[in-house]
Write a protein that binds this ligand. Structure first.
Ligand code: GEK
Length: 239
């Protein structure tokens, strides 16, 4: 049985002028408002999460593992559980933020899920049929990304699927539209600029070509972009 009790708390973290902007961290204060923050910040977030569940349901095998990497409060895992219904499956949901793992553990009660507080670079992936990394890879240092992808690739069964969603460095007009999207969602100019400064050295984005070439280098054979909204994409890569 799955119980989800995520409580939405409005994000006002960057509302007041800060004298110093510390690097963005997935700490207690971010964890508390995270569900609101991510919906108001990433265009298409809810669609990506919802459809990740549907895609996972097609690839999950009862005897294989499913990983949710950078699970935050467990939204992607909840979507997968919702899509698989009562079917048997084993989901390992990992995040290196202790408050995020605590929130996910409290949100989702299901014997088919185990939450792990770990760095996704240190995990040995085994016998997986489906791996999701929704908006997580962009937080790894760029020089660690290829080794991480190779690890994931090696942990997938033949024809296993890796779903990876990222912000890309691309169209300037879409960057402008993203600012409009944030304004439309109630963020002020001060909130937008302070958050941008906080993320500057924490979230390093690549172009779509770099991401696809890296997946190719890591041994994924077939990479398809199944979603795009402004400068956010989601890719299905087959092992
Ligand atoms: C969702 N997928 O709601 N190891 C483990 N976790 C990490 C690491 C790392 N090295 N680096 C960052 N994280 C989620 C949203 S948020 C995206 C993912 C965003 C974790 C970090 O703690 C955070 O919870 C998550 O990756 C990124 O579907 O905030 O834009």
């Amino acid at each position: 049985m799955t119980i989800t009790n995520d409580r939405i708390v409005t994000d006002g973290l960057y509302q007041n002028k800060r004298t110093q902007i510390d690097p963005f961290a997935f700490d207690d204060s971010v964890t508390k408002v995270f569900s609101d923050m991510i919906r108001r910040s990433i265009p298409g977030y809810q669609s990506v999460v919802d459809i990740t569940g549907l895609i996972a349901a097609k690839h999950l095998q009862p005897s294989a593992l499913c990983y949710d990497l950078g699970c935050s409060r467990g939204a992607t895992t909840a979507s997968i559980l919702n899509a698989v219904g009562d079917r048997e499956c084993k989901i390992v949901a990992i995040d290196n933020s202790a408050p995020m793992i605590a929130a996910a553990t409290a949100n989702l009660v299901d014997p088919r899920v185990s939450f792990q507080h770990a760095d996704i670079r240190d995990v040995e992936y085994v016998d997986a049929s489906f791996v999701a990394a929704n908006f997580t890879l962009q937080f790894l240092p760029p020089e660690d990304r290829l080794a991480f992808l190779r690890n994931v690739r090696n942990g997938l069964r033949p024809n296993g699927v890796f779903l990876v969603s990222e912000k890309i460095d691309d169209d300037n007009e879409f960057t402008e539209l993203h600012l409009d999207f944030k304004r439309e969602n109630g963020y002020s100019e001060l909130e937008i600029s302070q958050k941008r400064a906080a993320l500057e050295n924490v979230m390093k984005i690549d172009t779509q070509d770099v991401i696809l070439a890296r997946l190719n280098d890591a041994g994924f054979t077939r990479c398809r972009i199944w979603f795009r909204c402004l400068n956010w994409i989601s890719i299905l890569a087959t092992s």
